[in-house]
Design a binder for this molecule. Structure first.
Ligand code: SAJ
Length: 426
């Protein structure tokens, strides 16, 4: 528990900032949430989560978190935690505008002695080369007038086990005092290990390699899927076989693409930063190329399978199951679905779409309606809801072929029922 009743403002109330603001408030800090989106602010002040998250929905009614778009709350804040998006643009270059705007608000409502912690994912060097100069332009001395640290976020949306309070964290500070203040703060709110890094750059690099690691491992199995498709070997079974090795193997699975606001974005931070110091990350770029090619590969598999049953994709009624970038969340950022939809339409398929979490992109209101309007199915997101797609139900609606973009459905059951099934590497 905090020694004194410090005040904390979390800037950015999305998947990262809102769970964090709730936790900070629960731990006894006077907590403000600062955001630009009035509808989110309104919902949060009505004690409702602006996006699907059971934990938040449970906690909000019990805490006095105040959401606002008024940056003057920063004037009374001892800690400011920045959780704004750090996207990349169409040329895959990092866009720091949301981050620098957040820092400008801090400067315009400056409280001497404030500790600013950036949680947004950034490449090594951003705190010292982009954030710090904004303070120094106002003659503010880091480690004296204010403190600056980086504690990369590790939120995993939809994860029933790991949440903002129990996930270990790493923290790096510009000066030792910056590190100590942020260490003390995070240790006061987390029920997890908080590891001090020797520099703020190390903390920035930690998160970017975590996600680049995941991207290259997914690319590894996605490339294997293409060769195993030709070999007629079920890669999902092979990965599960390899997973029986109790050490030195970590399972990742092939699929129709890599979406979300982390994995398809973060490797570009490393690629760009390294390029600036004269190094080309060929491996990271290759992994990105493989993963961004998977939506098109999934449609190619569908076209090939239709060919086997002497059907052209042109004019075929394709039912797309899922929009969201991953199972059981209502998040469509960078979702492979959009590339898949574009590719299907380019091949003149008739497309119907159903995602129970994302009605705005759905063309039908129910799974049955989708099945009724489809001749073949392409599963894009492994929502639990789609377990209802059984061979019996598929037969009822005369579904001839299923391409399973997440290797999610029971392949053998469909084959036994005489329904053509093809996965990705399966
Ligand atoms: N995906 C695959 N194959 C896999 C795993 C994922 O194709 O084996 C695809 C998913 O379908 C999705 C995309 O990759 O489209 C990203 O999936 P993800 O499970 O990595 O989900 P994210 O984007 O929510 O990643 C978060 C990350 N957390 C943080 O950045 C703090 C990531 O570091 C975590 O490893 C990941 O959750 C996780 O482990 O679930």
């Amino acid at each position: 528990m905090p020694k004194i009743k410090s005040t904390v403002t979390v800037i950015g109330l999305g998947y990262v900032g809102l769970p964090l603001a709730c936790l900070i408030s629960q731990k006894g800090y006077k907590t403000y949430g600062l955001d630009l989106k009035e509808d989110s602010i309104k919902k949060i002040n009505q004690k409702k989560s602006p996006f699907k998250d059971e934990l938040i929905a449970k906690i909000l009614p019990k805490i006095d978190l105040k959401a606002t778009s008024d940056p003057s709350v920063l004037k009374e804040s001892d800690f400011v935690i920045i959780c704004v998006p750090t996207p990349v643009n169409e040329r895959h270059l990092p866009v720091f505008k949301p981050l620098t705007s957040a820092i400008e608000s801090v400067l315009e409502n400056f409280k001497k002695g404030v500790t600013v912690v950036v949680e947004s994912t950034i490449n090594p060097g951003v705190c010292e080369e982009v954030v710090l100069p904004l303070f120094e332009k106002k003659n503010l001395k880091v480690g004296k007038d204010f403190f600056l640290a980086h504690c990369p976020e590790r939120v995993n949306p939809g994860d029933p086990k790991w949440n903002v309070s129990n996930i270990n964290r790493c923290v790096g500070g510009v000066t030792d005092k910056c590190l100590q203040k942020s260490l003390e703060f995070y240790r006061s709110i987390l029920d997890a290990t908080v590891t001090p890094m020797k520099s703020i750059k190390e903390a920035e690099a930690t998160k970017t390699i975590e996600n680049a690691f995941r991207d290259v491992n997914i690319a590894f199995v996605n490339e294997l899927a293409k060769s195993f498709d030709r070999m007629g070997i079920d890669l999902k079974d092979v990965i599960q076989g390899a997973s029986t090795k109790p050490f030195a193997f970590m399972a990742h699975y092939p699929g129709c693409g890599v979406g979300g606001h982390c994995i398809p974005v973060d490797p570009y931070y490393l690629i760009e930063k390294a390029r600036r110091v004269g190094f080309e990350h060929d491996f990271l770029k290759l992994a990105r190329r493989i993963n961004t090619g998977m939506p098109r590969y999934a449609v190619k598999v569908l076209i090939r399978e239709l060919n086997e049953i002497k059907k052209a994709i042109n004019g075929t009624r394709v039912g797309v199951l899922g929009v969201s970038y991953k199972a059981n969340v209502d998040d469509n950022r960078d979702a492979p679905f959009y590339e898949i939809k574009k590719e299907l339409l380019a091949n003149k398929a008739k497309v119907e779409i159903f995602d129970p979490f994302i009605p705005k992109d759905s063309t039908v209101k129910s799974l049955d309606e989708l099945l009724k309007k489809s001749e073949v199915l392409l599963l894009v997101t492994n929502h639990d809801e789609f377990k209802k797609v059984t061979p019996k139900l598929a037969k009822k609606y005369g579904i001839k072929l299923i391409v399973d973009g997440r290797n999610f459905l029971p392949k053998e059951d469909f084959l036994k029922a005489g329904i053509r099934y093809k996965g990705i590497g399966r």
